[in-house]
Design a protein around this ligand. Structure first.
Ligand SMILES: [Zn+2]
Length: 495
């Protein structure tokens, strides 16, 4: 199995075809985390120790957590499995699956909003819901086509009594996944597995920022899903439903995806936000790779939810917001935060700033900076800024030097010569990490690897640097990505 895993890391197709065998489904990771095994690193004075330990082989281990690691660990409590009754007739299961599963209880049946990532998660939630009611499921609403919201649908379809439940969604359903599939793009699956930490051992996974760590149902396709076919779709505006005595409005709400909708439940004044809202800085860009997530539309969708004047907000992930005052406050701040970053980014763009310059200057205003539901547990502000830039202007940063850059190996050769030769260059890379400048270390290693991708010393040093960066990053997706690539760099060394 180990050999297969190593093979899979080099070959995305192989990886995808074997993922099922590599991971047993895990319902929740919250009690798998072993604090004593974490690699916690303080940015400045412990880097030297890491190197020393690394040279001896085996992972470095430290007793204390830095702020990023501590905050992400503390997040796990928020992600524990929990059923919340948000209103008279609406219940939310959070923490059972990466995405929330909700139930609205009607006169003679149930409406389910989103179905979780995989059937075992959905079965566990259905069992909890069955403690509340045994009414049949009459309809399923999918807020969008991502697999972590659609993968458990079968379980609720089978809980439908005599009549098969209808599945409501927006068209074109699964727009993001379809774009990859029709274009023949596959690498997003491997990148998605890195981002989600699917290839990491349990002790290296804390949580996914907005979800407990879980493993995928099959083929690592969780983010774009193999969703069930909706039976009833609408494209724009609002679709009004009346099911089992429950009046609902499905509202077109492009944002995280183009096929996103929110559900408005007027009787209890609950909005089910899909992934346009969860308690974290939003993933305006997913590092597994996405096309532009239209940030202005996302803001408009938040405005539309606010205009409903909800008493409660059910996010696509994380715990619900209960109470009108809190709901208004949270949605307003969330909207304002995204708007601020968007406006500042556009202002900088219009001054001719490049993405690398923009990420140094655009930040949240002080009154929004420390709000827990805007912390970068899942999305990262810098990645959002870059996404807005490329969403409007594409890949060219405006600096003509970059119209035709030197090939990486050419640049590396020249830089190494400039540094006085390879030995000095390697010394500088090691020293950078010893001094806590892991980013610089990784960048220097990239030059060495541009000349020789199998340079074992550079691979190992870069892996050390990435692990350092991971431990100092609160954003779970980036952290997982760092740790997985570090693992890949080390795996080949063992061969
Ligand atoms: Zn989601």
């Amino acid at each position: 199995m180990q050999a297969k895993l190593e093979d899979s890391l080099r070959d995305p197709e192989f990886f995808l075809s074997h993922l099922t065998h590599l991971h047993k489904p895990i319902l929740t990771n919250s009690n798998q985390f072993k604090p004593n095994h974490t690699m916690t690193i303080r940015p400045t004075h412990t880097a030297l120790t890491i190197l020393a330990v690394s040279l001896l082989g085996g992972p470095p281990a430290f007793a204390e957590d830095n702020d990023a690691t501590r905050l992400l660990k503390e997040r796990s409590a928020h992600l524990e499995p929990m059923i919340t009754q948000v209103s008279e007739s609406a219940y939310v299961a959070s923490g059972y699956s990466p995405a929330n599963i909700s139930m609205i209880v009607g006169e003679d049946g149930l409406v389910i909003v989103d179905t979780g990532m995989m059937p075992p998660h959905a079965e566990e939630v259905l069992a909890e819901f069955r403690k509340i009611t045994d009414l049949p499921v009459k309809a399923i609403i999918l807020t969008h086509g991502h697999g972590d919201h659609t993968g458990g649908a079968r379980v609720f379809l089978e809980a439908g009594g005599d009549e098969k439940p209808k599945i409501f969604a927006r068209s074109p359903f699964n727009s993001e996944g379809n774009l990859f599939e029709t274009g023949g793009v596959k690498i997003n699956k491997l990148r998605g597995a890195r981002q989600a930490g699917f290839l990491l051992p349990p002790e290296k996974r804390i949580n996914n920022g907005i979800a407990p760590a879980a493993s995928p149902p099959k083929k690592g396709n969780v983010f774009i899903g193999n969703p069930p076919r909706p039976t009833d779709t609408f494209r724009d505006g609002t679709k009004k439903l009346s099911i089992a005595g429950i009046d609902l409005e499905l509202v077109s709400a492009p944002g995280e995806t183009a096929d996103q909708l929110y559900v408005w439940f007027p009787k209890d004044r609950v909005v089910f936000a899909g992934d346009n809202f969860y308690q974290s800085w939003p993933n305006l860009y997913a590092i597994r790779g996405t096309g532009y997530r239209d940030v202005r539309k996302w803001i408009n969708s938040l405005d539309a939810m606010l205009a409903e004047k909800p008493a409660h907000v059910v996010p696509g992930h994380t715990q619900p917001i209960v109470g009108e005052e809190k709901s208004t406050e949270v949605l307003t701040n969330y909207r304002d935060a995204i708007q601020h970053v968007f406006d500042e980014t556009i202002a900088g763009i219009n001054k001719g700033m490049t993405p690398n310059e923009l990420v140094e200057t655009v930040e949240l205003p002080e009154h929004l900076r420390d709000l827990d539901y805007l912390r970068e547990y899942y999305g990262n502000i810098e990645w959002g800024i870059r996404a807005i830039f490329s969403g409007y202007l594409g890949w060219f940063d405006g600096n003509p030097t970059n119209l035709f850059s030197l090939p990486p190996a050419d640049e590396a050769g020249k830089m190494i010569a400039l540094a006085g030769g390879e030995e000095k260059f390697r010394e500088a890379a090691s020293k950078a990490l010893q001094e806590g400048d892991a980013q610089w270390c990784a960048q220097l290693c990239d030059h060495l690897l541009a000349l020789d991708p199998n340079d074992q010393q550079a691979r190992s040093l870069k892996a050390d640097a990435l692990e350092f960066l991971a431990e100092n990053l609160i954003t779970a997706t980036g952290r997982n990505y760092y740790l997985t690539v570090a693992q890949e760099l080390r795996k080949s060394r063992e061969k």
